[in-house]
Each structure stands twice: as structure tokens, then as C-alpha cells.
Design a protein around this ligand. Structure first.
Ligand SMILES: Nc1ncnc2c1ncn2[C@@H]1O[C@H](COP(=O)(O)OP(=O)(O)OP(=O)(O)O)[C@@H](O)[C@H]1O
Ligand SMILES: [Mg+2]
Length: 213
């Protein structure tokens, strides 16, 4: 493709520095992703797919992991040079993520409606009933059944597949340019996996975002 990439990773190196030695988890990875494109990172377990995704988002675990080389260009700007504050802004708004286990992405003590509203309020500076209605609409978009009921429920009252749809709704509510989905379906059973991938494909066609799997 000739037009400039939305996300371009160039010669990325991310290493772990345990007490002794060094683990070169990502050692020279390059790829580019355009709007409207879906790109899958494939490879055996432990080859560095998750660490690549976390490097792009700068959500590497703890002190022991560091990106030591390369560039992560979002629309031409190197994310590796951004401050923590700038990255918080970018995550969620420009790059959204869906992780493998919806359990870790949802807060068990807040209702689904609360968790969606929190984002909608932040983004639109709206309050009150309008926001809950928007949350219902967001859930409808990801084809969650009975969204009016679901907004008032807590994560533990939903199935795994339903929770992952909520995570999808949260990610999509920001209209991101890039969606990073690190094995978003491995916690789901096979028929639900297919439905979820189909849903992501439909949402992608509607919004023209780029998806990295
Ligand atoms: N916290 C850590 N400390 C040290 N090494 C780690 C840590 N997390 C991951 N690694 C190493 O980084 C490498 C890449 O791991 P990563 O999780 O990216 O693999 P993956 O390709 O996502 O695998 P899977 O398909 O199983 O999810 C592995 O060799 C792993 O041992
Ligand atoms: Mg992984």
C-alpha cells in the first residue's frame, strides 16, 4: 500500500532484565498497519506476540521489561518518545485494546453501565440519563442481548462471551484508529469465538479502524 501507515513498528526490541541474564522477548519486529486493515501476528507460544502488543501500548509489566530499540509510529509520531501522560491520552482514544481475559479488563465492583458511562462522561462531558442511554446504545452495537438490563448488572452476572462484548463496547466507544486485540477469544468457547471475530469484522467495516490481532 502506498498511503502512509496508521501504525508502523520498526525494528522493535523489547527485553526483559531479570536478576540474572536477559530475555530478548521481542528482537527486531517490524510491521505496518493501515486504516481499514486487519493484521494478525502469528507464531508459537512465547514468541513475543503479547510483549509486542504491550510494547506498542507501553504497558509492559514492571521494571524488568524495557523497549531498548526501534520505533512505534502512530500516524508518523513515535510513541516511544511520548510521556506517560501523553500515552494515557493515546491509549483508549487513538489505540484501544481488548485483552485475552475480560475479567481483568472489567471492574467487578461497578455495574456495566457505570463502567461505560465513566468513559462516555469523560469523553463528552455529558451527565445524567443521556449517558446511560448512550451506554445502552454502545451495548446494542456489540449485539449484547437485553442491553437495558445489562447496564444495571455487574460483571459476575454476565457470561464470558457477554463480558468480552462489554470490553469490545468500551474499546469501540472511543472510536479508536487502531484496535489491538491480543487473543481476544481464547477465554471463550469455540462458537462464541467465531461470533466475536465476526462482530469485530463488522465493527471494523463500519468504522474503518485498523485491527492488530
Ligand atoms: N514478566 C516476564 N519476565 C520475563 N520474561 C517474560 C515475561 N513475560 C514474558 N516473558 C518472555 O517473553 C517471551 C514472549 O512472551 P509473550 O507473552 O509475548 O509470548 P506470546 O507470543 O504472546 O505467547 P502466547 O501465544 O503463549 O500468548 C517469552 O519467551 C516469555 O518467556
Ligand atoms: Mg500472548
Amino acid at each position: 500500500m502506498s498511503q502512509e501507515a496508521m501504525l508502523e513498528v520498526r525494528d522493535l526490541h523489547t527485553h526483559f532484565f531479570p536478576r540474572r541474564g536477559i530475555v530478548k522477548a521481542v528482537d527486531g519486529v517490524s510491521f505496518s498497519l493501515h486504516l481499514g486493515e486487519v493484521l494478525g501476528l502469528v507464531g508459537e507460544s512465547g514468541c513475543g506476540k503479547s510483549v509486542t502488543a504491550l510494547s506498542v501500548l507501553q504497558l509492559l509489566p514492571g521494571e524488568s521489561a524495557r523497549t531498548v530499540g526501534g520505533q512505534v509510529l502512530l500516524d508518523g509520531e513515535d510513541l516511544l518518545l511520548k510521556s506517560k501522560k501523553q500515552m494515557r491520552e493515546i491509549r483508549g482514544h487513538r489505540i484501544a485494546m481488548i485483552l485475552q481475559d475480560p475479567q481483568t479488563s472489567l471492574n467487578p465492583v461497578f455495574t456495566i453501565g457505570n463502567q461505560l458511562s465513566e468513559i462516555l462522561v469523560k469523553d463528552n462531558e455529558k451527565t445524567g440519563g443521556g449517558v446511560l442511554q448512550q451506554a445502552v446504545e454502545a451495548l446494542r452495537k456489540v449485539k449484547l442481548a437485553a442491553p437495558e438490563t445489562r447496564v444495571r448488572q455487574y460483571p459476575h452476572q454476565l457470561s464470558g462471551g457477554m463480558k468480552q462484548r462489554v470490553v469490545g463496547a468500551i474499546a469501540m466507544s472511543r472510536a479508536p484508529d487502531v484496535l489491538i486485540a491480543d487473543e481476544p477469544t481464547t477465554a471463550l468457547d469455540v462458537t462464541i469465538q467465531l461470533q466475536y471475530l465476526q462482530l469485530l469484522k463488522e465493527l471494523q467495516a463500519e468504522t474503518d479502524m485498523a485491527i492488530l490481532f
